[in-house]
Design a protein around this ligand. Structure first.
Ligand code: ATP
Length: 136
């Protein structure tokens, strides 16, 4: 498989930049798989792990908390609202965020409910991806 350049950036920092052969992400309209020579396009991303496959077959997951995916002729960029590699994730913090969001969900309504729901989803993705450090 041909490789392509993948960069994952947030408004604050560069999270990841390397040559990869496959990227699986969850767009707001569904799951997407990107290989080299994909047609250029832009889509919004959901809160979900991004799954990266390297040329040697290794796989790495990154916690992505929404943002945009841009596929260009010369590479792919994820501009994430927030993104963390497994080894960067503070599991205790994510657990606290999960518990806070669950408490908020019980009493919240409307906009507050939506906010708590999104916070819960970010925490769950971080807890999931953060577990990968055990196996890598
Ligand atoms: P919290 O309530 O713990 O702040 P959050 O979901 O509100 O969580 P975000 O607003 O998505 O946090 O992110 C703010 C910044 O903190 C981002 O830079 C993000 O990468 C980082 N971050 C959030 N949670 C964690 C975590 N558990 N481990 C490491 N970095 C985190």
């Amino acid at each position: 498989m041909d490789a392509f350049r993948l960069e994952i950036v947030t408004p604050d920092r560069k999270v990841f930049a390397d040559d990869v052969v496959f990227l699986a992400v969850r767009g707001v309209e569904g799951d997407l798989g990107i290989a080299a020579h994909h047609v250029p396009f832009v889509t919004r991303l959901d809160i979900a792990p991004a799954r990266i496959t390297f040329p040697d077959g290794r796989v790495k997951r990154v916690a992505v908390s929404g943002g945009f995916l841009e596929v260009r002729g010369d590479g792919v960029t994820i501009l994430a609202d927030a993104a963390e590699l497994p080894e960067e994730i503070d599991l205790d913090r994510a657990l606290r965020a999960k518990e806070r969001a669950e408490r908020d969900l019980e009493k919240a309504r409307d906009l507050e409910f939506k906010k708590a729901e999104l916070a819960l989803r970010r925490a769950l993705v971080r807890l999931d991806v953060g577990e990968d450090r055990r196996s890598s």
